[in-house]
Design a protein around this ligand. Structure first.
Ligand SMILES: NC(=O)c1ccc[n+]([C@@H]2O[C@H](COP(=O)([O-])OP(=O)(O)OC[C@H]3O[C@@H](n4cnc5c(N)ncnc54)[C@H](OP(=O)(O)O)[C@@H]3O)[C@@H](O)[C@H]2O)c1
Length: 273
């Protein structure tokens, strides 16, 4: 098993398939991350909000995989926005992770009503200059928020990590990100498990002897998205990376995209203050 690599606009290389750790408790995070790295993942997604960074760092060390082979993302919590606070929060994350830098630091939520995300973005630019992170990006950013931070700083985020799955295809936002040179990362790529019983995808999956989860992950990869499935179940961790030996046809990709209902599992970022 392996994973494809993508080049971000800032020149950084990222494994297209990553491992999500939301709702993985601190006590389970080390085992889950170790299992993921042993199964072949080389990209781990955590966040200050998940309160599992110490476990993630422990799993990384226990795996025996060398630090420079792993792409590690963390995200700035909603409580630590602002220029100085976002840099201090990253320093604290690095302490918890036991690392001297992360590969990607994301603004987790824009919280537009607080109107601090532009100052936070300026802190991110400084954090990158100081070598605390190799790449900087955002999460849950609608188009106007992206346009604002680019206009105020001239620095374009490498990534926008957004909720994206067959029930929420986000086509207008994806098109605009592509125009701006911002890579798309799909969070809750399996709709937090809600896509698993889908009969259309089950029929397509059956034709390849693959599971619904594998078929959906393949859909993300073939559409050019970075994708972050999460599981704490060792068999599923292995299953979700076993997706590099089949290819969906353009018609199958379209059938899956046509399932879009614009339906979110999480909040609309405009409403999260
Ligand atoms: N930036 C943001 O605001 C944001 C928000 C949400 C998530 N994220 C990121 O995106 C990652 C993924 O999102 P997510 O955790 O919501 O969900 P997901 O990957 O869409 O789905 C995870 C759920 O599906 C189950 N599952 C996983 N693989 C499966 C398989 N092969 N067959 C059947 N069920 C399977 C998991 O169960 P088990 O674990 O019990 O096996 C879990 O209940 C997160 O972990 C996090 O890193 C980011």
């Amino acid at each position: 098993m392996s994973t494809t690599m993508m080049h971000l606009a800032d020149g950084i290389e990222i494994p297209q398939l990553g491992f999500g750790t939301w709702q993985v408790p601190q006590a389970d995070a080390a085992a889950a991350v170790e299992a993921a790295l042993k199964a072949g993942y080389r990209h781990i997604d955590t966040a200050q909000m998940y309160q599992n960074e110490a476990g993630v760092g422990e799993g990384l060390r226990a795996s025996g995989v060398s630090r420079d082979e792993v792409f590690l993302t963390t995200k700035c919590n909603n409580t630590t926005h602002g220029f100085d606070a976002s840099i201090a929060a990253l320093e604290q994350s690095l302490d918890l992770l036991g690392l001297d830098h992360v590969d990607l630091y994301l603004i987790h939520w824009p919280q537009p009503s607080r109107d601090e995300y532009a100052a936070t973005w300026k802190g991110f630019i400084e954090a990158k200059k100081r070598g605390l992170t190799r790449s900087i990006g955002v999460s849950n950013f609608h188009i106007p928020y992206l346009e604002r931070i680019i206009a105020e700083t001239g620095v374009t985020p490498s990534i926008n990590q957004i909720e994206l799955h067959p029930l929420l295809t986000q086509e207008p936002l994806v098109a605009e990100c592509r125009r701006l040179g911002v890579a798309i990362e799909s969070w809750s790529p399996l709709a937090s498990g809600g896509i698993i019983g889908n009969p259309v995808i089950a029929e397509i999956a059956q034709g390849y002897g693959k599971s619904v989860a594998q078929t959906v992950i393949r859909w993300h990869l073939q559409l050019g998205y970075i994708v972050l499935p999460k599981s704490v179940t060792p068999a599923r961790i292995a299953e979700n990376i076993d997706v590099f030996d089949f290819e969906l046809t353009p018609t199958e990709l379209q059938r899956i995209s046509a399932l879009n209902e614009d339906s979110r599992t999480g909040p609309d970022p405009a409403d999260l203050g």
